[in-house]
Design a protein around this ligand. Sequence first.
Ligand code: DGL
Length: 261
Amino acid sequence: MNKHRPIGFFDSGLGGISILRETFARLPGEDYLYFGDSLNAPYGVRSVEEVTTLTCDAVDKLVEQGCKAIVLACNTATAAAADLLRKRYPEIPIIGTEPALEPAVQRHPGGRILVLATAMTLKEQKFLDLWEQYRHEAEIVPIPCSGLMEFVEQGILRGEELESFLMEKLMPYMKVSVDAVVLGCTHYPFLRGVIRRLVGRSPEILDSAEGVARHLHKRLLQTSLLNDRENGGTVTFQNSLDGPEILELSKKLLQYEEDAE
Ligand code: DGL
């Protein structure tokens, strides 16, 4: 395998760009090929079989295009298809994404931790195992947020409609104090500003981007696939939705600066 080949990124839509941003900042000499399946999004309300098929088809295409490693920049796709893809492509590092529960529990032992994710992520075995592992160390409160990723897909990152949607989801859980909020869907970091306003100043808000970027870096080193260029990497976006708008929005999200917290 040639270390000058691109790294493939996959998400059900544009959420994985939150992981790509962090990865590009850490590994700016790599080339990236990002495929978002916005046409078939949301994945979080589909069956496991459907998500597995869609994810495997998308990853097959990234591998056909010569990707040396794959990042499943989607918690839902990881829960459904990571194990299968690792068997299908044993020679290619396949990096998955999972809710950042481990760092949340480490930083807030005994705390109350909200986990925002898709309905599917929260139902799947990967999350149930994580929950089982940490449930004695903190109070873990899963909150399925069906309907939330659609705002990001439309480029809506603030505003009244989004705030009242989120308010309805979060307020029932805010009566007792919260120590941390885990963003267990890769779309949600783009909504961090709104989420911060609703949960107040004190809870820590954690996402998976840094953990995934670090893990990818480590795997590239271990497999001698790290590009030796220090800078000058490129990002190419592909999407199952036709039309230039979705690619424009993808580029905008890559440049997105979070609202000051
Ligand atoms: N971005 C995705 C995740 O991390 C899923 C959004 C969806 O398609 O429902 O789970």
